[in-house]
Ligand binder design. Structure first.
Ligand code: HEC
Length: 168
């Protein structure tokens, strides 16, 4: 059936709708121009990003952190010693242990010895299970005693208990 009524929708509703669209465009234009201008005026060089890294209590620990990073300790023990990397069937929760709490279980000289000699046998969570793929490498051929002592100081400083308000 053909209806002869006027196009009510087109005339009454569509017209105000169109003027709204026009007004919206009017407001959008300056925004588009500003965004465009800021994109064009951007420096071609990457802007230095401020990446927060935990403060360290003293210069020795600071050096130790560099040792930790340079020797790739973080590849296994995580950034800032937080650990959590998988080590299938390791008795330490199936992960490479974090090293933020070693100050509670070792003296500085025990830690130094452990780092220099490493640990080739990693305890298994399940005796019948596979050998955990990652072990603690010994660093004595690659690392000076001084590096080892510095990294020990860094690890000691990670202990949340010894981490006083003053440096966190
Ligand atoms: C290839 C992986 C790997 C790398 C790299 C590595 N470690 Fe380890 N580390 C381990 C594993 C696995 C253990 C757990 C040993 C165990 O089960 O007793 C461990 C244990 C330790 C422990 C004793 C933790 C504890 O709770 O008893 C310390 C401290 C440690 N590592 C320090 C370091 C430092 C410092 C570096 C860098 C110089 C380093 N590790 C690099 C795998 C690694």
């Amino acid at each position: 059936m053909k209806t002869s009524s006027p196009d009510f929708h087109g005339h009454v509703i569509h017209a105000p709708y169109r003027s709204n669209v026009n007004r919206a465009l009017l407001f959008a234009l300056p925004v588009v121009v500003l965004v465009g201008a800021s994109l064009f005026s951007r420096s071609p060089f990457p802007v230095a990003q401020h990446i927060p890294i935990a403060a360290v209590p003293d210069a020795v620990a600071q050096r130790g952190r560099l040792v930790y990073d340079r020797y790739g300790c973080a590849l296994c023990h995580g950034s800032e010693g937080k650990g959590g990397f998988a080590n299938q069937n390791a008795e330490t929760d199936g992960k490479v242990p974090g090293v933020t709490r070693v100050a509670e279980g070792y003296t500085a000289s025990e830690l130094k010895r452990l780092i220099l000699t490493g640990k080739s046998v990693i305890g298994k969570a399940s005796a019948a299970g596979p050998r955990p793929p990652y072990r603690m490498p010994g660093w004595q051929d690659r690392m000076t005693g001084q590096d080892a002592e510095d990294v020990v100081r860094y690890l000691m400083s990670l202990n949340p208990k010894s981490a006083g308000e003053k440096w966190r």
